[in-house]
Design a protein around this ligand. Structure first.
Ligand code: GSH
Length: 214
């Protein structure tokens, strides 16, 4: 049994939900309500001392970090593959994933935004400017990467894969925060193509069991 500790609006959890869906894996969903700070409560930090979602439990393993989780799923359940067969293709996919997971997401994470408006005393407008800035910088770099010939209908080739698991939640965050990314044509087109697929639709925040009407 796969158990996923997740929050509907967590984009790192969304990555894992997409990967599970693409692989056709069913899982038990456990909500960690970030707005209620449940990620920092002892009940959850006993499972994941980092105090972050997602957390996957499988066969006695408790695994944090969406990238590690998706790579674990890829190795434990190889078919259908989310990574290309060739060495260089896999390296390219990892690079795109890290552009999002390492160069965008940590700058705009909830605890960072809270620190900006809390300890550093920034206004809500300044916080939103910070947020939009790093999304635009990061997704512009992704857009340039997607101009490469290895890109197909999806981030890498013509099948949805690991890089798409990372791109779509980051686009969802940008849209939710009203960051204008319409000029990033490849990003927008690939996101739309992904969102036409059931695995992406079923993983999206509004489809989660803990979703709250906006
Ligand atoms: N690098 C981690 C990031 C995990 C992460 O930052 N999760 C966010 C939600 S998307 C979280 O739990 N935030 C809680 C907080 O900021 O207090 C991963 O890829 O899993």
């Amino acid at each position: 049994m796969l158990r996923l500790h997740s929050y509907w609006r967590s984009s790192a959890s969304y990555r894992v939900r997409i990967a599970l869906g693409l692989k056709g894996l069913t899982f038990e969903h456990f909500t960690v309500n970030l707005l209620k700070n449940e990620q920092s409560q002892p009940e959850f930090t006993a499972l994941n001392p980092e105090g972050l979602v997602p957390l996957l439990e499988h066969d006695g393993l408790r695994l944090s970090q969406s990238t590690a989780i998706i790579e674990y799923l890829e190795e434990a359940f190889p078919s259908p593959a989310l990574m290309p067969a060739d060495l260089q293709g896999r390296a390219r996919v990892r690079a795109i994933c890290q552009m999002i997971a390492c160069d965008i997401h940590p700058l705009d994470n909830l605890r960072v935004l809270k620190y900006l408006t809390g300890e550093l005393g920034l206004s809500s407008e300044q916080k939103d400017t910070w947020y939009a800035h790093w999304v635009i910088v990061g997704l512009t770099a992704v857009e340039k990467r997607l101009a490469e010939s290895a890109t197909g209908q999806f981030c890498h080739g013509d099948l949805p894969g690991m890089a798409d698991c990372f791109l779509v939640p980051q686009v969802a965050n940008a849209n939710r925060m009203k960051v204008d990314i319409a000029h990033l044509k490849r990003v927008v087109e690939i996101n739309a193509r992904c969102m036409a697929l059931p695995a992406f639709q079923q993983a999206q925040p509004s489809a989660c069991p803990d979703a709250v009407a906006a």
